[in-house]
Design a protein around this ligand. Structure first.
Ligand SMILES: C[S@@+](CC[C@H](N)C(=O)[O-])C[C@H]1O[C@@H](n2cnc3c(N)ncnc32)[C@H](O)[C@@H]1O
Length: 246
């Protein structure tokens, strides 16, 4: 007798209709890990930024966060370093971004990322996270995993998708939040360098895609490119909810 086939933990297809309407076929774990291994060093940097423009329920973002949390555990594991573990685990959550067309998928993605963080937190610290810290993680995930269209760069109300950059100030474990529209992040104004009269053929410039520019310090906040939507006061990482504009 054949053993009964068990359902995979994250099935690749929810329904035929969703495949037809939205191309919703999730990537299997083995392929995800093989692809993430191609950028292994980045997945193991706690603060390296990842954006998935059609993130589904998080089949890429969840293992990315898990890899980062494994590094947090290696560096700051054990109950004696609880405070460091907590701060860096929140920084890891702040570094993963996604856009997803369907609200149920976006919600599931946030929920899986939250559970990944929460499970690792409890296992490492031998106690549950405080409600204040949990609320911060939920708040970050609400801002980082957006429901919208990655082609039009608009949300379901037709408003531009806006992402927050969470800049870490290590002294005092503080965070500077700066908001940017995704449209401007993806299409920064072109800079055409003057090659000078003596150059016949300029070598192609090496380009490095960067999710966010390097935000200027608060006292030189003028954004001449008009890309910045808002910037907020630097606050302790547990105080990022209900921020005050700078
Ligand atoms: C092929 S699935 C892949 C999901 C995930 N990247 C993975 O590998 O498991 C494509 C996902 O993209 C979403 N999607 C389709 N068009 C989109 C768009 N224009 N903007 C954002 N998400 C979109 C679908 O809802 C679906 O969840």
């Amino acid at each position: 007798m054949c053993p009964e086939k068990s359902e995979p933990m994250n099935p690749q297809v929810k329904s035929k209709a969703r495949v037809a309407e939205h191309g919703e076929v999730f990537t299997a774990e083995r392929e995800v890990n093989a692809m993430l291994d191609l950028v292994k060093l980045q997945t193991e940097r706690i603060d390296s930024l990842f954006l998935e423009p059609a993130c589904g329920t998080g089949n890429f973002l969840v293992p990315i966060l898990q890899r980062k949390l494994d590094v947090v555990k290696k560096r700051y594991g054990g109950v004696r370093r609880r405070a460091d573990f907590e701060f860096w685990s929140v920084i890891a959550v702040m570094s993963v971004y996604g856009v997803e067309l369907l609200e149920d998928n976006a919600a599931e993605c946030r929920s899986r990322l939250y559970d990944t963080w929460n499970t690792q937190y409890s296992a490492n610290n031998k106690k549950e996270a405080t409600e204040a810290c949990r609320a911060v993680v939920r708040y970050v995930l609400e801002r980082n995993i957006l429901c919208g269209d990655a082609l039009s760069l608009l949300d379901s109300r037709g408003q531009p998708l806006v992402f927050s950059h969470w800049g870490a100030h290590l002294a005092g474990r503080r965070i500077k939040r700066t908001d940017w529209t995704l449209a401007e992040l993806l299409n920064p104004p072109a800079v055409t360098p003057d090659p000078g009269p003596q150059l016949e053929r300029a070598a192609p410039a090496e380009t490095q895609l960067s999710l966010f520019g390097t935000p200027e310090p608060a006292d030189t906040a003028d954004d001449s490119e008009g890309r910045r939507v808002a910037e907020f006061k630097v606050v302790h990482y547990l105080e990022i909810i209900a921020p005050e504009e700078a």
